[in-house]
Design a protein around this ligand. Structure first.
Ligand code: NDP
Length: 450
C-alpha cells in the first residue's frame, strides 16, 4: 500500500482484511480506531511517511504454543495458547491473559490492538499485548487449574519479564490463576520479579488492583456526569456480568448512591428492582469469586426474577454498564436502550457494543464511554503495581485509589481535548482514539523505520 491509500478508510480496511482473513473482531476494532484517526493522518505528513497505520495494525510478534497437562483422572490434555505482543513503542508489553473455551487468535489480536491505545491513554509507560488459551476453566478442579497454569507458564516464562512483557488477568484468570502462574515463574527462574500483575497482596500485589477496573469505570462515568452538570446519586444502572469488573462496578455505584438493578453470567440475568445492596453484593461476591456458582442462585435467595439465556438491556435505567464480554449489546439491544431513554452507556468490558449498536446510540444522542477509556483503570493500577514492585514498596489502598481517580480524571480530560460534539454530546470514541494514538504514533515516528 502506498501512503496515498491512507486517504481512504475503505481501501485501508480492504487491505487489512486481505492480510488478516476471518478475523471479524480484529477488523471491527481496527475500523473504529482508523475511522477516528484518518483525518489526522491526512493532515500529518510524518505519519504518512512512516506508514504508521500499517505498522500499528501489525503485531510486533505472535507466540503460539501447545500446553500439555494432566486432568484429575490421569488423562493427558492439550490446549493451545498465545501471547500477542502488539506494540512496545511506549513501554514494556502489558495486557491480560484470558482463559475461555472460545479464545482464538482473532479475539487476542483485537484485544492486544485495543490495549495499545488504552495503555497509552493512562499516561503510564506501557505497551500493548494480550494472551490466553482456549482452556475452559468451568467445572475444573483447583488441581486441574493449577496443573494447566504451571504447564502454560513453563513456556510463557521464556517470553515475559519486568522490562519485556508483564501479563495480568482477564476473563477466567483471577487471583487463583495468577498465584499459580507466578509460583511457576518463580520456581523456574529463581527470581522474585514483577513479571505479572494482579498478584496476591502477600506476594507483590497492589492494594486496589482487584477493584480497579470496575471502580475506574464508575469514576469515568462520574467525570462525564460532572462535565454535564449531573451526578450519580439517586440514579439507577443496569450492569451485565458478575465477574471481576461487574462486581466492583456495582460496589462503586452503590457507594456513590446509584442503584444497580441487574447482574448476569453466561446463563442469563437477574433483575432486582430493589437494587443489589451492599449486603446482597457480598452474597454475589461469595457466589462468584469463592463458590464459582451460577447467577440464578441470587434470584433463588432474594426472591427476584431470573431470565434464563437473556441479557439485561431491556430493563429501564439511567445508565447501562456492559461488563461481561465482547459484542453483548447488538443493534436491537441498542434500540431498546434508546427507547428506554438510557442516559449513558459505559463499556466496562472490552468492545461489548457492536459497531451498529454504537451508531444507533450515538445518533440518538446517548453519551457513550468507550472501553479503552472507561475500563483503563485496571491496567492503570497494574502499572502502579509494576512501579511498586520496582521500588519494592507497597502503597496503601487510599494512595492507590487517589492515583486511580487522578488517572481516570486525566483520561476524561484527554478525551475532551481530542473530541468534538456529535448529535449534541461529546464524542468520547474519537477523543479516546486520537489521544491514545498520538502518543504511540509519535514514538514510532521518532524510532525511524523499526
Ligand atoms: P471474569 O471472568 O471475572 O467475568 C466475566 C463475566 O462475564 C462472568 O460473569 C461471565 O459469566 C460473563 N461472560 C463471559 N463470557 C460471556 C459470554 N460469552 N456471554 C455472557 N456472559 C459472559 O472477567 P472480567 O470481569 O475480568 O472481564 C470482563 C470484561 O472486562 C472482559 O471483556 C475483559 O476483557 C474486560 N476487562 C477486564 C479487566 C480486568 O481487570 N479484569 C480490565 C479491562 C477490561 P460466566 O461466569 O457464566 O462465564
Amino acid at each position: 500500500m502506498t501512503s496515498k491509500s491512507f486517504y481512504d478508510l475503505d481501501c485501508f480496511m480492504h487491505g487489512l482484511k486481505r492480510r488478516n482473513p476471518a478475523e471479524p473482531n480484529f477488523h471491527q476494532a481496527v475500523h473504529e480506531v482508523v475511522e477516528s484517526v484518518i483525518p489526522l493522518i491526512r493532515e500529518t505528513q510524518a505519519y504518512r511517511d512512516a506508514s504508521i497505520l500499517e505498522r500499528l495494525t501489525e503485531p510486533d510478534r505472535i507466540i503460539t504454543f501447545r500446553v500439555t497437562w494432566m486432568d484429575d483422572a490421569g488423562n493427558t490434555r492439550v490446549n493451545r495458547a498465545w501471547r500477542v505482543q502488539f506494540n512496545n513503542s511506549i513501554g514494556p508489553y502489558k495486557g491480560g491473559l484470558r482463559f475461555h473455551k472460545d479464545v482464538d487468535l482473532d479475539t487476542l489480536k483485537f484485544l492486544g490492538f485495543e490495549q495499545t491505545f488504552k495503555n497509552s491513554l493512562t499516561g503510564l509507560p506501557m505497551g500493548g499485548a494480550k494472551g490466553g488459551s482456549n482452556f475452559n476453566p468451568k467445572g475444573k478442579s483447583d488441581g486441574e487449574v493449577m496443573r494447566f497454569c504451571h504447564a502454560m507458564m513453563t513456556e510463557l516464562q521464556r517470553h515475559i519479564g519486568e522490562d519485556t512483557d508483564v501479563p495480568a488477568g482477564d476473563i477466567g484468570v483471577g487471583g487463583r490463576e495468577l498465584g499459580y502462574l507466578f509460583g511457576q515463574y518463580k520456581r523456574l527462574n529463581n527470581r522474585f520479579a514483577g513479571v505479572l500483575t494482579g498478584k496476591g497482596l502477600s506476594f507483590g500485589g497492589s492494594a486496589g488492583r482487584k477493584e480497579a477496573t470496575g471502580h475506574g469505570a464508575v469514576y469515568f462515568l462520574k467525570e462525564i456526569l460532572e462535565h454535564q452538570g449531573e451526578g450519580l446519586s439517586g440514579k439507577t444502572a443496569i450492569v451485565s456480568g458478575s465477574g471481576n469488573v461487574a462486581l466492583y462496578a456495582i460496589e462503586k455505584l452503590n457507594e456513590l448512591g446509584c442503584k444497580t438493578l441487574t447482574a448476569s453470567d453466561s446463563s442469563g440475568f437477574i433483575f432486582d428492582p430493589d437494587g443489589i445492596t451492599d449486603e446482597k453484593l457480598e452474597f454475589l461476591k461469595e457466589l462468584k469469586e469463592v463458590r464459582r456458582g451460577r447467577i440464578h442462585e441470587y434470584a433463588d435467595k432474594f426472591g427476584c426474577e431470573f431470565h434464563a439465556g437473556k441479557r439485561p438491556w431491556s430493563v429501564k435505567a439511567d445508565f447501562a454498564l456492559p461488563c461481561a464480554t465482547q459484542n453483548e449489546i447488538d443493534a436491537e439491544d441498542a434500540r431498546e436502550l434508546v427507547s428506554n431513554n438510557v442516559h449513558a452507556v459505559i463499556e466496562g468490558a472490552n468492545m461489548p457494543t457492536t459497531a451498529d449498536a454504537v451508531l444507533i446510540l450515538q445518533q440518538a444522542g446517548i453519551t457513550f464511554g468507550p472501553a479503552k477509556a472507561a475500563n483503563a483503570g485496571g491496567v492503570a493500577v497494574s502499572g502502579l503495581e509494576q512501579s511498586q514492585n520496582a521500588l519494592r514498596i507497597a502503597w496503601t489502598h487510599e494512595e492507590v485509589d487517589n492515583r486511580l481517580q487522578g488517572i481516570m480524571r486525566g483520561i476524561h480530560q484527554k478525551c475532551l481535548r481530542h473530541s468534538e460534539e456529535v448529535h449534541g454530546t461529546v464524542d468520547y470514541i474519537k477523543g479516546a482514539n486520537i489521544a491514545g494514538f498520538t502518543k504511540v504514533a509519535d514514538a514510532m515516528v521518532a524510532y525511524g523505520a523499526v
